[in-house]
Design a protein around this ligand. Structure first.
Ligand code: MG
Length: 162
């Protein structure tokens, strides 16, 4: 079996008057993430991990932040497009693991919904999508609630050709 591994990282700034969307799930919080799209850091990290596994560059190459086409874009839709690229090249997702680094809000109650939402966009089972949450113990930019960061790792296997 031929396997490929990819990793992704993203961080976005927390500001007032923006929705907070993580893993395609809108959370109730007084701050949201700033970005050209919906600034969903978790979904962006997973997209970069998928692209990275196949050495296809990063999301900025396919969805440039200066392109008005992607203003306010739903990142889960963009994730579906990246997933299509992976599938078109003959690769299937074995599993994804990810971590969101945020002091607040509490993410635990929303983890299952994020896993289900992401799995649905990727056409895989929620069991294949790991989402974890941690604080940064008040250290650094995420610890000071200046932003939220996410890390993701993805494993791909080459589909059998018949
Ligand atoms: Mg991003």
């Amino acid at each position: 079996m031929t396997l490929r591994i990819g990793n992704g990282y993203d961080i976005h700034r927390l500001v007032a008057d923006r929705p907070l969307i993580l893993g395609g799930v809108r959370l109730d919080h007084e701050l949201g993430l700033l970005g050209h799209s919906d600034a969903d850091v978790l979904t962006h990290a997973i997209m970069d991990a998928l692209l990275g596994a196949l050495s296809l560059g990063d999301i900025g190459r396919y969805f440039p932040p200066d392109d008005p086409q992607w203003a306010g874009a739903d990142s889960v839709v963009l994730l579906g497009q990246v997933n299509q690229m992976v599938g078109d090249r003959g690769w299937a997702i074995v599993n994804i693991d990810s971590v969101v680094v945020a002091e607040r809000p509490k993410l635990k109650p929303h983890i299952q919904t994020m896993r289900t939402t992401l799995a649905q966009a990727l056409g895989i089972a929620p069991e294949q999508v790991g989402v974890k949450a941690t604080t940064n113990e008040k250290l650094g930019p995420t610890g000071r609630e200046e932003g939220i960061a996410a890390y993701a790792v993805v494993l791909l296997s080459q589909m059998e050709r018949h």
